[in-house]
Design a protein around this ligand. Sequence first.
Ligand SMILES: [Zn+2]
Length: 135
Amino acid sequence: MRRGSSLIAQAVAALAVEALLYWRYGDEQARYHWFTHFFVGASLALLLVSSYVAVRGRVPTLVILVPIFGHLCAMFPDVLFELGIAHRRWMDIFLGHISTHFVPGGNITWYAVFAFSLAVCLYAVGTTRATAARE
Ligand SMILES: [Zn+2]
């Protein structure tokens, strides 16, 4: 599969997964949690992708799916909740699942972190491509 069509396939899969998750969170109160866990998980994933790009000098193959994986890690206690397991403090091992809701500014703060992480990642990818084009 060519690189461009792989990215499109990843983008379609990512949108489908996130749309399904958003729908599953149901009412507005729960959708607030979807945003928190998406911003936290995707931000960490984007920073990890940036580090990978900086160290390896290339973009990972599944670059668009990595933030989705981060989101799935951050929201995993909600899957457990659906299975009847109540939220507990130890669930913070899943990217701060509990305590991320108590950050000053709430989702606005996490959105800012996400925007910053996305900018860092795009800069890293852009720099790598520019370097590769010169070589
Ligand atoms: Zn939760």
